[in-house]
Design a protein around this ligand. Sequence first.
Ligand SMILES: NC(=O)c1ccc[n+]([C@@H]2O[C@H](COP(=O)([O-])OP(=O)(O)OC[C@H]3O[C@@H](n4cnc5c(N)ncnc54)[C@H](OP(=O)(O)O)[C@@H]3O)[C@@H](O)[C@H]2O)c1
Length: 229
Amino acid sequence: MNKTIAVIGASTGIGKALVLEAAKNEQFKVIAFARKTDLMEKSFQGLKNVSCHYLDLENINTEKFSSCLKLAGPIDFLVNNAGYLVNKSFHEMDKNDLIKSYQVNIIGIMEITQLSLPHLNNNFSHIVNISSMGGFQGSAKFPGLTAYSSSKAAICSFTEVFAEEYKQSNIKMNCLCLGAVQTQMLEEAFPGFIAEVSPKDMATYIFDFVCKQGKFLNGKIIPVSLSTP
Ligand SMILES: NC(=O)c1ccc[n+]([C@@H]2O[C@H](COP(=O)([O-])OP(=O)(O)OC[C@H]3O[C@@H](n4cnc5c(N)ncnc54)[C@H](OP(=O)(O)O)[C@@H]3O)[C@@H](O)[C@H]2O)c1
């Protein structure tokens, strides 16, 4: 059973751990995307089933991205894991902070998803969006995260509407709202806070979810959280 998984935001934290988790399975081909290709090449050195590609969600080279997927495809699984967090009080936030948060966390993810459609496996594919408990309706909220959490809420909504629009197709989409995981991004949001969950543990959960749950769930927003933070 040969499968191909594309991971967006694969250079550090949870995305990097997800690539390593998927690559353990020899029958998986892993396509890793991020800006820091040097970091990815170092982390995934020697893994024959992993290829690393430059992608900037603020300035997507659509031809390059499409041709990567075409060469690697058909794609069974797409994990939209990339994210950008700015931690600033609302009155200090400038237009660039807002534009960058929305471009990376939702607009870029929608663009990537659209570009991926022709390259998905026609028989079955599962797209998993990585959101945050901050974007989960009714959850605890934290000051400084207006741009981040509201853009993460948008990816939840995108998931529900996409799933409705494509419900007659073989493409399934779900969204995981993560709680605290010990990464650089968590440190930026909550300096000094120590999370109970490591990137590796979260990646194990995500990989299992990606592989198994698309057959049972569609358009679901699922909290995956021990704490927030
Ligand atoms: N850690 C947590 O506690 C936590 C909680 C809730 C949700 N999350 C979500 O989990 C996901 C992974 O976060 P993480 O904690 O592992 O943080 P991280 O280590 O900062 O990873 C973020 C990833 O996104 C990529 N990225 C950022 N800007 C990009 C851009 N313009 N173009 C392409 N890729 C870009 C980064 O790659 P490059 O910089 O190389 O491009 C990196 O691979 C994010 O969506 C985050 O919102 C994390």
